[in-house]
Design a protein around this ligand. Sequence first.
Ligand code: 13P
Length: 253
Amino acid sequence: MKKRFVIANWKMYIESPEEAKKFISILKRKAASYEGVDAWIAPPFTILPALKGMKFGGQAVSANTGAYTGEVSADMLKEAGASFVIVGHSERRAHSTGSGQAAGDTNEDVHAQLAAAAGAGLSTVLCVGESERMPDGAHFTKIAEQLSSALDGAQSLASKLVVAYEPVWAIGKTAKDAMQPDEVEETVIFIRKTLADILGRKDALKVPILYGGSVEPENAAKLIADGGVNGFLVGHASADIDSFVEILKACRR
Ligand code: 13P
């Protein structure tokens, strides 16, 4: 796969349309020359319309319509001009705790959201990743479950699918705490193989696999060179225009 993707997940870091517009105008100027690297932006819902002219999308989507307070549906995102949506981000998933399951999206919810988003014609960025690495490799089982339940019966959606591997323990730290490229590569191989089992080898090869978790200008070049990924899903460093441009630059071929 030649093309690389760098997706900015702004979370709630960029708060106003003015700030977003300023960011985008600098981005367009600085990053125009990075051929082969697609920059996508996932802003907070309230500033989606400020990003016209960029490839932008939602950070989350509801599988429902109607009486769901505070939710946004796939059709609403599409209407606002979004072309993709992130589903299954670990900050929205339910995590097991010592005393049970904390509130949040289950694998079944993620499946329904992915189907709703794809049904509305949106590309989907499916996040998977373990909360912790287990010595017996049990984290791979968790990743396989996340993939197979999200994509169950959704094989036809492969052409608009991006998978982002985000180990929860590596999110929101600094480059020196991020996952090392060899571990990323090992997991990406596992994800590609699991996708081949679900989607068939030919379609699995077309799905971009990104890494997310403390990607910063300091580690981006090494991760893209040795991590076996097709790009990144970037959190905190994507809200700083200089850092984001440096990460895009690292992804040039
Ligand atoms: P950080 O880059 O801040 O670790 O966040 C990663 C992430 O959650 C992107 O979706």
